[in-house]
Design a protein around this ligand. Structure first.
Ligand code: ADP
Ligand code: MG
Length: 237
């Protein structure tokens, strides 16, 4: 993505889509958290995303890294619980990778920095039944698809979403060893992790947004973007 105006527009659209999805899934996420936690994951994230929308008001001219940093800061201050500092802190930390804009390369760096901070802060490994089980396969798949398989970003992201979904399914059979769910010990087995599930919803919305902006743009050369002239899905309404 070359043109900063389109980049901003896509980022705002992505945030709005994520906020709408989280609002729609609030009850479901909270139900998942009521089985193995304290029944607040959906309401936590929904409150956080509403605050993100508020904090982004007036930032329509900001650069990509500042927009994403604002998202992270709003999540840290509003979400609370385990997921707020983890999602927010990782987003804020990784935002600096977008200082030169949103490209295949910078989004790989963003994804890696996000995962690194997430593990650094939360101390969870794959298999502990947390959002790390969803983020890790998504990040590794995205990186490999771009760097080794030379896929266009949209295809790489679609593969990352598939990998994330398998990660979420994988959490069902696990015994939790981090976060509140770990208090349940073996009784956590058989339940899908709420944080892994919200990660999947976020990535699905990023993919849907990227599709709307990059569809047909299989050329990763930033100097020749094929962004449609007309406004996809009424983004400017
Ligand atoms: P809380 O558990 O404090 O109520 P939330 O309900 O908002 O916070 O979020 C719960 C989710 O946070 C879990 O489903 C899990 O995915 C994630 N989580 C909890 N602890 C950790 C950790 N140490 N590392 C990574 N993710 C974690
Ligand atoms: Mg909770």
């Amino acid at each position: 993505m070359a043109d900063p105006e389109t980049e901003r527009e896509a980022l705002f659209e992505a945030v709005e889509n994520v906020a709408a999805r989280i609002a729609a899934e609030k009850g479901y996420l909270t139900d998942l958290d009521s089985a193995i936690g304290d029944a607040d994951h959906g309401t936590n994230l929904d409150r956080g995303m509403q605050s993100v929308l508020d904090q982004l008001e007036g930032k329509e001219e900001a650069d990509a890294d500042e927009i994403v940093k604002t998202v992270g800061m709003a999540l840290i201050s509003e979400v609370g619980g385990a997921s707020g500092p983890l999602y927010g802190g990782s987003t804020m930390h990784a935002s600096q990778e977008l200082a030169d804009g949103v490209t295949a390369e910078s989004t790989v760096a963003f994804a890696e920095a996000f995962l690194e901070k997430l593990q650094d802060r939360g101390g969870a490994e794959v298999g502990d039944k947390t959002m790390v089980d969803a983020v890790t396969p998504a990040v590794h798949t995205y990186k490999k698809s771009i760097e080794e398989d030379d896929l266009p970003p949209l295809e790489a992201l679609a593969k990352a979403v598939d990998a994330c979904r398998r990660g979420v399914d994988f959490t069902v059979g696990l015994r939790a060893s981090k976060g509140r769910a770990s208090y349940l010990g073996w009784r956590s087995v058989g339940h899908q992790d709420p944080g892994a599930t919200s990660t999947l919803f976020v990535l699905e919305e990023l993919l849907a947004t990227a599709e709307a902006y990059l569809e047909g743009d299989t050329d990763t050369d930033a100097s020749s973007p094929t962004i449609p002239d007309d406004d996809p899905e009424g983004a400017a309404e």
